[in-house]
Design a protein around this ligand. Structure first.
Ligand code: GAR
Length: 209
């Protein structure tokens, strides 16, 4: 059984997709051990509580320094002893110590086709604003392992989504969530839980698909 912890900051629709698909068995061999948010008002925490999952807030506001916050975050995660950490709309820069400790054991969902519209400052609605401003005709979502860079780790899954004339960032965000994010993030967890993802020389391969 793969024990996962999910880190969130906001609404938690990706978390909900994971909860629903673990429950239905579409994501197999997986147990959600905790949900942690940096934001105490995140609706994602309510979703976790409703599903009977341990939910905690580790807020930088409660600590005197960034270093203390990062230490508390890592200590809280370590205490749950998980196999995989899932960043599902977690808008905090991941501490380097955590990346080192959990190498190829942290995955992130990003709302574009990496390497487009990613990196520093590309999060949430900003990603879709950038895609629309560039006039691309497809965008999508990417699940990748987290390494020391921003959105630079090995890509596990991607799914393209059509951009339509007249799209606003909000409309595009919702379409990408529905048609890509809520599908590929649970799918990536299922693949990892069933031993089907291997990273060789910085490239993630899906085995036996
Ligand atoms: C999602 O669109 C996710 O891809 C994005 O934040 C949103 C969270 O929504 N993440 C990033 O932009 C990371 N760079 P949710 O809380 O409803 O899952």
């Amino acid at each position: 059984m793969l024990r996962i912890g999910v880190l969130v900051s906001g609404g938690g629709t990706n978390l909900q997709a994971i909860i629903d698909k673990v429950k239905s068995g579409e994501v197999s061999n997986t147990e959600i051990a905790f949900v942690i948010s940096n934001n105490e008002n995140a609706y994602a925490l309510t979703r976790a509580q409703n599903a009977g999952i341990a939910a905690e807030c580790v807020s930088p506001k409660k600590y005197a320094s960034r270093a203390q916050f990062e230490e508390a975050l890592l200590d809280t995660i370590d205490a749950y002893q998980v196999d995989l950490i899932v960043l599902a709309g977690f808008l905090v820069i991941i501490p380097e110590a955590m990346i080192k400790k959990y190498k190829n054991r942290i995955i992130n969902i990003h709302p574009s086709l990496i390497p487009s519209f990613c990196g520093t400052g590309a999060y949430g609605l900003h990603v879709h604003e950038k895609a629309l401003a560039r006039g691309v005709k497809v965008s999508g979502a990417t699940v990748h392992f987290v390494d020391e860079g921003t959105d630079t780790g090995p890509i596990i899954l991607q799914k393209a989504v059509e951009i339509k004339e007249g799209d606003t960032p909000e409309v595009l965000q919702r379409r990408i969530m529905e048609q890509a994010e809520w599908i590929i993030l649970p799918r990536a967890i299922d693949l990892i839980a069933n031993g089907k993802v291997e990273v060789v020389d910085g490239i993630a391969h899906i085995i036996g698909e």
